[in-house]
Write a new protein. Structure first.
Length: 146
């Protein structure tokens, strides 16, 4: 009595399922480093946007805007005057560390958009390090990977 069976046995189904699980787990582990890369890029992009906003705020309101990095608290803020709430107050990942360079982690955008100090400081992440440089005159700045 020979029947034509259409379907899979339990062993075949388990074999296919286990192969699928192995491939899935490899994919998950290979995507893990991407999280730290995205975290780095998001921080740098957000910092640049916040600095540009602070500079534009100083120009449009004709007031000094202080930029303060609190490296032990993993946050930075920008404020117009010490009695008022900050214009921007951001926390960042504990995987990111800042180190003073030729300027301290405190400077001001003046009412015309210039900065009161110029130089650079270093941003360290798990994977890379960056240097934020503020140029003399007109408050231009850029971030460069080291």
């Amino acid at each position: 009595m020979s029947q034509n069976q259409k379907g899979f046995t339990l062993i075949e189904s388990l074999l296919v399922l286990s192969i699928f699980m192995i491939i899935s787990s490899i994919t998950v582990f290979s995507l893990k480093p991407q999280h730290s890369v995205m975290e780095d890029e998001a921080f740098i992009t957000q910092l640049q946007a916040d600095l540009l906003y602070s500079q534009q705020y100083a120009i449009s309101h004709q007031h000094e805007v202080s930029v303060v990095f609190m490296q032990n608290e993993y946050r930075y803020y920008m404020l117009e005057q010490s009695g008022k709430p900050p214009i921007i107050d951001r926390n960042y990942s504990t995987n990111i560390n800042l180190r003073e360079g030729t300027i301290p982690l405190y400077f001001k955008f003046l009412g015309d958009g210039d900065v009161n100090k110029f130089g650079s400081f270093t941003i360290y992440t798990k994977r890379k390090s960056y240097q934020l440089t503020i140029l003399i005159g007109e408050g231009r700045f850029y971030v460069k990977e080291q």
